[in-house]
Design a protein around this ligand. Structure first.
Ligand code: NAD
Ligand code: FE2
Length: 402
């Protein structure tokens, strides 16, 4: 695959601990960052004992901690503001997010509000965070979002038709602690949805426009730099890992090898898109997620093949390679293989129990115009598409995804 731009710029993740058992280092990591910890999690994970290894490690290192367990799937700005209020009374100097992307984004939001005050909505957008936040240690319990290494946090906001995003390099967690043992309890549907989200991060970052197009933008405060040699390498590796491990992780949740490969894929895909950016699939998911209240990874999985087909003609080599990784038996030339990539993604989705088409989550043709109009305004993602996009194009993509 050719590397499109000879020179590139990117921002990248903080420190990462990876592997079965590394969660035992949490106490040590936290004690180096501060003396008073707030753990942000949810009652499901607390009740099921999933976060117990984190707490045990904090106790072993004699780190003082409090727990906010009010996290929720697709976390809302109201919950973040409530958590920040709880946090202010405890005066933590370190935040630990434990859970899926929702809890990690909760911790990022609380760290932001404690450092800079105001309302969460003051920071919706790109590079509006004025300086460092409290340090965040991010400990994922799903293999999917990669939020532990991204400069992004995503929130529901009941006052808006779209989910809201805060993008800032100040949101990069100080440490990511990726322990695949924490994902062993993930139910099949969460494993499937979050795993397909990771796949979408890899595929979307491989298909974005390239840095050549945005040469001066990083200095202007842009977070996503478009595809480059760094993000391409990470993303392609992630696609290969997902191709060989997602089906196993869903069908046998106790398969630690599959869990480890999925966690690595999620991490690498997070690093890839944290640098390059995601694209139209994610832009369309902002209104679709807000409208249907369905899990992020599900909406993404139902949308992704249609976006891949739309871009197939201008990302032939990338998509051909993706198709061959997903289905090694394919014996086709590049142009034909590139067209097959979208079907290969859809087949993987079906194999792990995701339905077909946006209609399966309640979207109808009457919704298309509104979704397209809302998504075209998400300029930071729309501009990354390798083909110019109009509202009419988005309507076509949505119609074919229905
Ligand atoms: N910040 C980023 O870079 C980024 C990237 C992609 C997605 N996101 C956001 O992340 C959120 C989705 O995160 P997600 O897909 O990880 O799911 P999630 O965090 O919403 O969790 C889904 C459910 O799974 C449960 N769960 C999580 N881990 C478990 C485990 N090990 N065992 C049993 N149950 C478990 C949770 O308690 C929750 O009920 C969305 O809000 C999405 O917008 C953020
Ligand atoms: Fe995503």
């Amino acid at each position: 695959m050719p590397i499109e731009a000879k020179s590139w710029a990117t921002s990248s993740a903080g420190r990462v601990l990876f592997g079965a058992g590394v969660v035992q280092r949490t106490g040590l990591v936290a004690s180096r960052l501060g003396s008073r910890v707030l753990v942000c999690t949810d009652s499901v994970l607390l009740g099921a004992g999933v976060i117990e290894p984190v707490l045990a490690s904090l106790r072993a290192a004699s780190v003082d901690f409090d727990i906010f367990d009010g996290g929720e799937p697709e976390v809302s700005r109201i919950t973040v503001e409530r958590a920040a209020e709880f946090a202010r009374a405890k005066s933590p100097d370190v935040l630990i997010g434990v859970g899926g992307g929702s809890n990690l984004d909760l911790a990022k939001g609380v760290a932001l509000l404690l450092a800079h005050g105001g309302e969460l909505s003051d920071y919706y957008g790109e590079s509006l965070v004025p300086g460092p936040t409290l340090p965040v240690v991010a400990i994922p319990t799903t293999a999917g979002t990669g939020s532990e290494v991204t400069p992004v946090a995503v929130f529901g906001d009941e006052r808006r038709k779209l989910k809201a995003g805060v993008s800032s390099t100040y949101l990069l967690p100080a440490w990511a602690i990726d322990d695949p043992q924490l994902t062993l309890t993930c139910p099949p549907s969460v494993t499937a949805h979050s795993g397909l989200d990771a796949l979408s991060h890899a595929i979307e970052s491989l298909c974005t426009a390239s840095y050549d197009t945005f040469a001066e933008d990083l200095e202007l405060g842009r977070i996503f730099s478009g595809k480059n040699a760094y993000s391409d390498a990470l993303a392609m590796k992630a696609v290969g890992l997902i191709a060989t491990s997602l089906r196993n992780a869903v069908s046998n949740g106790h398969d630690l090898v599959a869990r480890e490969q999925m966690m690595l894929a999620s991490l690498l895909a997070g690093m890839a898109f944290g640098a390059a950016g995601t694209g139209v699939t994610h832009a369309l998911q902002y209104p679709i997620g807000a409208m249907t209240k369905t899990p992020h990874g599900l909406g993404i999985a139902l949308m992704l093949p249609a976006v891949m087909r739309f871009n197939a003609a201008v990302r032939v080599q990338e998509l051909a390679q993706i198709a061959r990784l997903l289905e090694p038996a394919l014996d086709l030339d590049d142009a034909a293989a590139a067209l097959e990539a979208a079907d290969a993604v859809a087949r993987l989705g079906t194999d792990v129990g995701v339905g077909v088409g946006l209609a399966s989550i309640g979207i109808t043709s009457a919704d298309i115009a509104g979704i397209a109009r809302d998504a075209i305004g998400i300029e930071r993602l729309i501009r990354l598409n390798p083909r110019p996009l109009t509202v009419a194009d988005l309507e076509l993509i949505l119609a074919s995804a229905l």
